[in-house]
Design a protein around this ligand. Sequence first.
Ligand code: FDA
Length: 412
Amino acid sequence: MQDTIDNYDVIILGGGAAGLMCAATAAARGRRVLVLEKANKVGKKILMSGGGRCNFTNYTVEPENYISNNPHFCKSALSRYTQWDFIALVERYGIAYEERKHGQLFCLDSAKEILAMLLSECKEAGVEIKTRCSISAIKALNVETAAATKGKGLNYQLDIDGQSDSLYCQSLVVASGALSIPTLGGSGIGYDIARQFGLPVTACRAGLVPFMFSDFMKPICERLSGLALEVSVSCRGQAFTENLLFTHRGLSGPVVLQISNYWHPGDAININLLPELNAQQWLLAAKQQQGKSRLNTLLNKHLAKALVNELQALWWPQLAASPLAEFSDKHLQTIGQQLNNWCLKPSASEGYRTAEVTLGGVDTQSISSKTMEVKQQAGLYFVGEVLDVSGHLGGFNFQWAWSSGYSAGQFV
Ligand code: FDA
């Protein structure tokens, strides 16, 4: 081993939300920190997030907003670095923001401001950042090799593609994110590193992702593409009320992204098109009071005409021109039941290509919830989305990145 080895206190793999937060926090404690990023620039997902305005946190952040095999794991980090801490940082930088529905906080101008803020925090604290940097091997140093590093307590050796000298560090933080959107840096390297060190990785699947259809719904979605309406959607005992959007490929919109976190391939979803109404009672009463009206005229008061036309073709095509009085009570009850509980079976989700998050990941049982360090592997940390912690839509995923990154940053 050479005498003047290139060594750091902390090396962070991945310059995304969690990695940059961890880097700034650790460097502010006086640690010598290097961030290695494989892409040509850091923070690509931050820039793309929230339609370019970054939904950076939420006024109400609860453990219930997260999905994990161990629902308690996120609690410690979320209380160590809260949404209020991040809001205070945003305010310190004078970044203008607004509250949208459900306490979601977005930049008023641009997500670029959040990335610039993190980079400024990193720069001020002296963090080094190397982009276009790919790891080819990671080795944990045994006691003798560590001794050969002249008592610097180095734990890890990293080989970088195309670079003859290795890098060494005491603490290695894996902040490489997960599989969603490969073009924005999504990668499975964090899982490979976990497996290298014998850590279990739970089954992964795409989350916060639109649905596709291959049955009768496919042409309906194509024809209704662009139409949005507020509905409730439920699956596996979870329900959300928000906007649904028909697209050329299927169903999207916030309510669909939310429920996709609970959906498994083969599951049906139930859509309540009239969440404010008991549709059966309403239709039966309308038959009594407005028997001469047509059903589509009645429904057009609550639902877009194009959608009502599609429903009519599905549920009462023979009575399209008939007044309500000619519908049997049973038929109206069935239609009402379907309006409140339209059962559809997506053929698939759009997958990692468009998913905002990856569900599952490095099993949290192996990780300290206080420090994010691997319990059986000193100096190895995992933060952010690579862990089996995924948030609902609404700023919760970034809050997890900030909170877990900060927590590790305090201990590396
Ligand atoms: P992140 O993916 O941010 O960073 C990982 C970094 O590691 C990347 O820069 C990647 O290039 C790098 N990397 C990967 N492999 C590597 C390797 N081998 N070597 C070195 N570096 C490597 N959340 C939210 O709360 N509000 C929102 O508005 C949105 N909006 C949104 C939009 C879109 C389009 C997406 C895809 C996602 C969101 N999200 C979101 C989710 C949010 O972006 C996500 O949860 C966080 O970015 C996760 O932060 P991490 O730092 O863990 O991973």
